[in-house]
Design a protein. Structure first.
Length: 245
C-alpha cells in the first residue's frame, strides 16, 4: 500500500518533504531532479535537506533548501548526531527554519490538511540519530501554530552491506538495529510510559502522538556492483510513484 492511501492524505494538499542525513538527503535531491521541470510551478511543495556539510553532494537543491547542522559531521555515530541536534543553538536554529516553513504552508492551506513526508536513513549518524527528535519537533511546531489538520509519514531507508567485518559496516548495522527499536517504540505510544518527552535548552517538548501516521521501512543490500547513488535514484523513483503522482 502506498503512502498516498494513508488516512487524511490528499495529493492536492500542501506538502513539506524533508530528507534527513546523507541517505535521506540524497533521495530528496534525486527526487527533486526527477520533478524539476514542474517544481517551480508547484507552490504547494517545499523540499528541505537536513544534514552535515561533509555529507552533502548537492546537484539539484538550492542553498536555501539545505539546512546544515554541524560541518564536523558524525562519522556514522548516531549518538553524536542526536547530541548535535539537541545542542540548544542548533536546535533553536532548525526549529526557527521549520516554524517559518510551517507557517507558510498554513497560510496556503488555511484550515485544510498539510502533509509532511520524511525520508531518512537509519544506519548513519545524522538521519539515524535525529529522526525521532526532528519528527517530534515538527509535531510540537504544529501544536504551537494551533494547526491540528496535518499528517507526518515517512520512508525509512536501510542500506546494508554484506561485509559485516568492516568496522563502519558493523557500526551501521548496530545503528539500524537501535533505530528500528526506537521507531517501533514511538509507533506504539498508548500509555504514559510511551510518552515522548525531552528538554532541549530552555524548551520542553512533550507529545503523546505516534511518531508517524504511517511509514515504510525499505532495506537494500549494497552488493559489490551496486552504487549507493543508484539506490538513491531508485528510492526517489519509488517515492514519486507511490506518493507524488
Amino acid at each position: 500500500m502506498g503512502l498516498q492511501l494513508s488516512r487524511n492524505m490528499n495529493q492536492a494538499d500542501p506538502i513539506i518533504i524533508v530528507g534527513l542525513g546523507g541517505l535521506g538527503g540524497g533521495v530528496i535531491d534525486s527526487l527533486k531532479g526527477k520533478i524539476k521541470p514542474d517544481y517551480d510551478d508547484i507552490d504547494r511543495v517545499e523540499m528541505r535537506i537536513v544534514d552535515m556539510t561533509s555529507h552533502i553532494k548537492n546537484t539539484h537543491m538550492t542553498d536555501d533548501e539545505i539546512i546544515i547542522l554541524d560541518p564536523r559531521g558524525t562519522d556514522c555515530d548516531r549518538t553524536l548526531g542526536q547530541k548535535i541536534f539537541r545542542t540548544e543553538s542548533v536546535y533553536e536554529g532548525i526549529r526557527s527554519e521549520f516554524k517559518t516553513l510551517i507557517e507558510k504552508m498554513i497560510s496556503i492551506a488555511g484550515e485544510d490538511h498539510i502533509n509532511v513526508l520524511i525520508a531518512s536513513g537509519i544506519v548513519g549518524g545524522t538521519g539515524g540519530g535525529i529522526f525521532v527528535d526532528f519528527t517530534y519537533m515538527i509535531h510540537d511546531l504544529f501544536k504551537e501554530c494551533h494547526h491540528k489538520n496535518y499528517s507526518i509519514c515517512a520512508y525509512m531507508f536501510d542500506a546494508q552491506s554484506n561485509d559485516d567485518q568492516e568496522e563502519k559496516n558493523h557500526r551501521m548495522k548496530l545503528n539500524g538495529q537501535t533505530a528500528l527499536k526506537e521507531l517501533q517504540h514511538h509507533m506504539n505510544i498508548t500509555t504514559h510510559d510511551h510518552l515522548y518527552q525531552t528538554i532541549i535548552g530552555q524548551r520542553k517538548v512533550t507529545c503523546r502522538k505516534t511518531l508517524f501516521e504511517e511509514y515504510k521501512h525499505i532495506s537494500f543490500c549494497l552488493e559489490d556492483d551496486v552504487k549507493l547513488d543508484d539506490l538513491k535514484k531508485r528510492m526517489s523513483t519509488l517515492m514519486i510513484e507511490e506518493f507524488l503522482y
